[in-house]
Design a protein around this ligand. Structure first.
Ligand SMILES: *Cc1c(COP(=O)(O)O)cnc(C)c1O
Length: 385
């Protein structure tokens, strides 16, 4: 049977990976080399210099591509490196339509780096994907979306965005970090590019920073592979190995993240210390029906707004967890709590941030794979501080 026909839970373990032909090693070796010996100039086994290609990285790229049902994958030294490569497809004067609730680093790159190169960004409400239409003009080239969004868990309708992109000859890129390929496959819904911060669920163990892009279109792949090699944000073999290893349990971890996420969301929902909770699994989430249609579960990311909490009280609660750790990032086996306003989203101006609902008394929870009862006990004691 061809590997691309395998089911998800088998692909996480085998896709892109064959026993090492020289030794039979079942695990892809860490090819810790910068260059490869050539028999005569230009005559080599497909590997010339490790920025361009490395066998450990290649196995990982093929594995992630298989999980996204894509033909091609490229791994980058960070999620931001991957986003940077996509924007470099554009030229001065080009315009991008994107959401108004983006990962803070993406917003910072768009506004503080690429705006200086003459690229124009429209940050709009994407709760209704047809809001894109009035912003399209002759210069529009790219739609960049995140779903679920970070940190307010808005759901953007990927299929509708893809239809708009195809009708207007635009590229649709989807940051699929929060869902992971276990819960959602944007390429199946018509997206051209899927982006991951591999640092999060794919790596899964909070020990690697990495990014990835997947795509089906050969020309787009060639353009992005050219940028990848030319600009050089490529990851090393040790990190690639760690992610290959991490991905082998992606399905098991995600199943538990989802189970724990649901238990904790339901526990927090009517908690007297909480004013508002964001989780796409609730029936009354504004785009719950779209989440149900395009995702296979609702994940372990939950944001809460604390009731009657000033910054001091919010900080006190954020600092008093015993099992959760106060840290940036998400998607690892351990539960994390984050204060978006001063941590992950500090680079967004207060006014913009608050417009998107990222208020000073919001905390974002990345629910890990520990025992849910211990996590609930910890939340209870912290919320009573
Ligand atoms: C973390 C993150 C990024 C950036 O990825 P890095 O690996 O930190 O460079 C981009 N998008 C989302 C949604 C993220 O959570």
């Amino acid at each position: 049977m061809k590997k691309q026909n395998l089911k998800f839970n088998t692909k996480v373990i085998h896709a892109g990976q064959v026993p090492d032909p020289s030794t039979g090693a079942i695990m892809t070796p860490i090819f810790q080399t910068s260059t490869y010996v050539q028999e005569s100039p230009g005559k080599h086994k497909g590997f010339a210099y490790a920025r361009g290609k490395n066998p450990t990285r290649q196995a990982l790229e093929q594995c992630i591509a298989a999980l996204e049902n894509a033909r091609y994958g490229l791994c980058f030294s960070s999620g931001m490196g991957a986003i940077d490569a996509v924007v470099k497809l554009l030229r001065p004067g080009d315009e991008v339509i994107t959401g108004n609730d983006l990962y803070g680093g993406t917003y910072r790159m768009f506004t503080k780096v690429f705006a200086n190169y003459g690229i124009k960004f429209h940050f709009i409400d994407l709760n209704n994907a047809s809001n894109i239409l009035p912003h399209i003009n002759a210069n529009t080239k790219l739609i960049w979306i995140e779903t679920p969004t970070n940190p307010t868990m808005q759901i953007v309708d990927i299929a509708t965005c893809a239809q708009i992109a195809h009708e207007h000859n635009l590229i649709l890129a989807v940051d699929n970090t929060f869902a992971s390929p276990y819960l959602q496959n944007p390429i199946d819904l018509g997206a051209h590019i899927v982006m991951h911060s591999v640092t999060k669920y794919l790596g899964g163990h909070s020990d690697v920073v990495m990014g990835a892009l997947c795509m089906n279109d050969e020309k787009l792949y060639e353009q992005l592979a050219f940028i990848h090699n030319s600009c050089g944000a490529t990851p090393g073999p040790m990190d690639s190995f760690l992610v290959l290893r991490g991905i082998k349990t992606l399905h098991l971890r995600m199943q538990r993240h989802c189970e724990n996420g649901e238990k904790i969301a339901n526990y927090l929902r009517n908690h007297p210390a909480i004013e508002k909770i964001y989780w796409p699994g609730f029936n009354d989430h504004p785009n719950h029906a779209i989440a149900q249609k395009q995702m296979r579960g609702f994940g372990g990311m939950i944001s809460i707004v604390l009731k009657n909490a000033d910054l001091e009280k919010t900080f006190r609660i954020a600092s008093s967890f015993e099992v959760f750790s106060l840290a940036e990032s998400l998607g690892g086996v351990e539960s994390l709590v984050n204060h978006p306003a001063t941590m992950t989203h500090a680079s967004i101006p207060k006014e913009e941030r608050e417009k998107a609902g990222v208020v000073d008394n919001m905390l974002r929870l990345s629910i890990g794979v520990e025992d849910a009862d211990d996590l609930i006990y910890d939340l209870e004691q912290a919320l009573n501080q």
